[in-house]
Design a protein around this ligand. Structure first.
Ligand SMILES: Cc1cc2nc3c(=O)[nH]c(=O)nc-3n(C[C@H](O)[C@H](O)[C@H](O)COP(=O)(O)OP(=O)(O)OC[C@H]3O[C@@H](n4cnc5c(N)ncnc54)[C@H](O)[C@@H]3O)c2cc1C
Length: 292
C-alpha cells in the first residue's frame, strides 16, 4: 500500500506528526508497537494542560481525536525493516510491506536499567530518571541518587532542589575532592557502600553491610537505545551522554533526504512536551517536502 508518509512509532511524537499530516489532508500510516517509554508511570507531569494525567489517557484521547482525520490510518504492529525505493521508502512488518514517499521515525528509545534486584519493578513508580517529571510529587522527602557513573554527579547536584539528597555511589565511580566539595556545597551526603537490593513501597536500599536507607524516591540514569531502523536507512547518529540518537536539523530532517525523525529517538534527552513539538515540526516539514 502506498501512503504520502509512513510514521514508525505512534506515541507523543508520532501522533503529533500524524495530526499535522491529517490536517493537511495527506495520507499517512502510523505503525505502532504500543511500548511507550513512560508506560510504567501512573501519571505524566510537566506537559502543559495535561499535568498529572495518566499517559495512557493522553494517548487514548489523542488517538480518538486523530480518528476523525480519514486520511490517517493506524496499524498496531512492529516495523522490522525499512529501506529506500525509487519513489521513496518501504517499511516492513511481520505480515506486510508498506510504501511511503516520506518516512518519519518516531520510535522513541528503550531504557537499559542498572541491574539491581528490585529496581526494575519500581521504575516509573518510585524510581525515576527525570526530576522535572517526578520530583515534585516526592513532597520534599528524602531522595536517593543511585549513581551509574560520574555522570550521576549532575543528578546529585540538581536533586537537592526537590529534597534532601543522598548520593549512593554503589562502586560506580569515586568522587574526587572537587566533586565532594561541590556535593557538600549543595548539602548532598555521600554513601559509599555497594547496593544489594531495593525493596519496599517507599524505596529502601539495602547496602552490602546490611544497613538500610529509606527514601521518598530514587533517581538513576538509564542507558537509552533507539531501534535499528535509522541505521538500516543510513541516517547519521550522534553520541549523547546516555546513548546515541538520530541527528536532525531544525526541520527534524535526518541526513537521509525524505527521512524525518522526532521525539526521544532524535534528541539527547526528551519529554512529552518536546516529543509533541518535534513531532509537529516533523509532520509539517514532511508535508512541505512533498510540495517544494
Ligand atoms: C518512567 C518514565 C516516566 C516518564 N515520565 C514523564 C513525565 O512525567 N513527563 C514527561 O514529559 N516525560 C516523561 N517521560 C519521558 C517520556 O516518556 C518520553 O519523553 C516520551 O514518551 C517520548 O515520546 P516519543 O513519542 O518520542 O516516544 P515513546 O513515547 O517512547 O513512543 C515510541 C513508540 O514507538 C513505538 N515503536 C518503537 N519502535 C517501533 C517499531 N519498530 N515499529 C513500530 N512501533 C515502534 C513504541 O512501541 C512506542 O509506542 C518519562 C519516561 C520514563 C521512562
Amino acid at each position: 500500500m502506498q501512503f504520502d508518509v509512513i510514521i514508525v512509532g505512534g506515541s507523543f511524537a508520532g501522533l503529533s506528526a500524524a495530526l499535522q499530516l491529517g490536517r493537511a489532508r495527506r495520507t499517512a500510516l502510523v505503525i505502532d508497537a504500543g511500548e511507550r517509554r513512560n508506560r510504567f508511570a501512573l501519571a505524566a507531569h510537566g506537559f502543559l494542560g495535561r499535568d498529572g494525567v495518566a499517559p495512557d489517557k493522553i494517548i487514548t484521547e489523542a488517538t480518538s481525536q486523530l480518528a476523525r482525520y480519514v486520511t490517517v490510518a493506524g496499524l498496531k504492529a512492529s516495523a522490522s525493516k525499512a529501506g529506500c525505493t525509487e519513489e521513496g521508502f518501504y517499511v516492513g512488518t511481520h505480515d506486510d510491506t508498506f510504501h511511503g514517499k516520506r518516512l518519519i521515525l518516531a520510535g522513541g528509545v528503550a531504557d537499559a536499567l542498572p541491574d539491581i534486584p528490585g529496581l526494575a519493578d519500581r521504575w516509573g513508580k518510585s524510581i525515576f530518571h527525570c526530576p522535572y517529571c517526578h520530583g515534585y510529587e516526592l513532597e520534599r522527602g528524602p531522595i536517593g541518587v543511585l549513581a551509574t557513573s560520574a555522570l550521576s554527579m549532575h543528578h546529585a547536584m540538581m536533586l537537592p532542589d526537590w529534597g534532601p539528597t543522598t548520593l549512593l555511589v554503589n562502586d560506580s565511580f569515586i568522587p574526587d575532592e572537587t566533586q565532594r566539595s561541590a556535593l557538600a556545597g549543595r548539602g548532598v551526603s555521600v554513601e559509599e557502600g555497594h547496593i544489594r537490593r531495593i525493596f519496599g513501597q517507599r524505596p529502601t536500599v539495602e547496602l552490602a553491610n546490611g544497613r538500610t536507607i529509606e527514601f521518598a524516591g530514587i533517581f538513576t540514569l538509564s542507558r537509552t537505545m533507539g531501534g535499528p531502523m535509522a541505521e538500516q536507512l543510513g541516517c547519521d547518529l550522534k553520541d549523547g551522554p546516555l546513548g546515541s540518537f538520530i541527528g536532525v536539523d531544525e526541520q527534524q530532517q535526518t541526513s537521509v533526504p525524505g527521512v524525518f525523525a522526532c521525539g526521544d529517538v532524535a534528541r539527547a534527552a526528551g519529554s512529552i512536551a518536546l516529543a509533541v513539538s518535534d513531532g509537529s515540526m516533523a509532520g509539517v516539514a514532511a508535508h512541505r517536502s512533498l510540495i517544494f
